[in-house]
Write a protein that binds this ligand. Structure first.
Ligand code: PLP
Length: 366
């Protein structure tokens, strides 16, 4: 069986096999819109909207990570939009998590519904109740962003399939090193590579992964004609970042566990959600289906002022939306309308040495 360590090691050397003597070891950056194309265009890259050597190398690296063919998109939302628009049609019903990333619901509400698709939502923790008959597609997000509730991927994906629907798992909060939805029965993974895979807060990208050739063809067709293609430079940056993903993710998850435990025991903290905490409602399931518990912590302080004071007062926290960077960051999600407590902070643990990070967090709390 291929382990995460095998994948991490192979990822770093994945270009080696294709190299000829004298080729650069580092991936060349290709930004060409045109290719030299006299005569019959078959079999070679034809135009920059359908092919680019840099994306292809990045997709090969992602495919190694996911153990499945992958397609890159210019953002996580573009990756989520692809199965929506490539696979759904008028009269279909789709189920989305009511506690997941808000933009997926906004996209469905604002645009799919106008095309005659019926949108329904349910909290992630209640996906295990089943009842998927009649849904053409079910979008699953576990742990959900921002409150970190879980559902049983194996059971939910099997039930969706038995009911004749397509299961699409947004794996952004975990990455393939934290959780492997395709191995647990998902039809498709969508993810934002803007987060931990990019890791340096300098790019937006996303990807789709699936082992189903028909689903892949539909999504590829959508990408080529809609023009939802990644830029060469972003793909190049992601390729470089993927080489250190396992190392960064390991540090972030290890630190998050330590920090979650200390936050839980802190007298000024009202509540902590982190799948790695033994008392967390999702802990038993997380142990069963996740390789790592992730780097996101939901921490609730007394009120909005206490939360803003904590975020602004910590020298090692970036007050910013988004997550997964080498720098720890935090924000109150209620400012975007998420249904959470005004004092709830989504904390993304970065790569700072953990004792220094904890000292800064504790000083800001006190
Ligand atoms: N999915 C989840 C769970 C997210 O948190 C986000 C962004 O925060 C996205 C998808 C969208 O990703 P992007 O911002 O790259 O479009």
């Amino acid at each position: 069986m291929t382990t995460d360590n095998d994948r991490a090691a192979r990822l770093i050397h994945h270009r080696r096999e294709g190299l000829a003597k004298g080729d650069p070891v580092a991936l060349p950056l290709s930004v060409s819109s045109m290719f030299h194309l006299p005569g019959d265009p078959a079999g070679v890259p034809g135009y920059g909207r359908s092919a680019n050597q840099t994306w292809e190398a990045t997709e090969a690296a992602l495919a190694l990570l996911e153990d499945a063919p992958c397609l890159l998109f210019p953002s996580g939302m573009a990756a989520i939009a692809a199965p929506f628009f490539a696979l759904l049609k008028s009269g279909d019903r789709i189920l989305l998590p009511s506690d997941g990333y808000f933009a997926s619901r906004a996209l469905a509400d604002g645009f799919l519904s106008r095309m005659g698709v019926t949108i329904e939502t349910r909290p992630t923790a209640r996906f295990e109740e089943g009842g998927f008959a009649g849904y053409a597609m079910v979008l699953i997000e576990t742990p959900s962003n921002p409150f970190l509730d879980l559902c049983d991927l194996r059971a939910v994906c099997a039930a969706v399939r038995a009911a004749g629907g397509i299961s699409v798992v947004d794996n952004t909060t975990s990455t393939p090193f934290g959780q492997r939805p395709l191995d647990l029965g998902a039809d498709m993974v969508v993810a934002s590579d803007t987060k931990a895979p990019g890791g340096h807060s300098d790019l937006l990208l996303g990807h789709v992964a699936t082992r189903d050739a028909d689903l892949m063809e539909a999504v590829r067709g959508w990408r080529g004609l809609s023009g939802a293609i990644p830029g060469g430079l972003e793909a190049w940056l992601l390729h470089r970042s993927l080489e250190t993903l396992e190392m960064r993710f390991d540090r972030m998850c290890t630190s998050a566990q330590i920090i979650a435990e200390r936050l839980r025991d802190h007298p000024l903290v009202r509540a902590v959600r982190y799948p790695g905490l033994p008392g967390d409602p999702g802990h038993a399931l997380a142990r069963a289906q996740m390789a790592r518990f992730g780097f996101l912590i939901s921490v609730t302080l007394a009120d909005a002022d206490a939360a803003e004071g904590f975020i602004d007062g910590c020298a090692l926290l970036q007050p910013a939306t988004s997550f997964g960077g080498v720098h720890s960051s935090a924000e109150r999600r209620i400012r975007w309308g998420d249904a959470v407590d005004p004092g709830a902070v989504r904390l993304s643990v970065g790569c700072e040495p953990v004792e220094e990070l904890w000292a800064a967090l504790a000083a800001a709390l006190d």
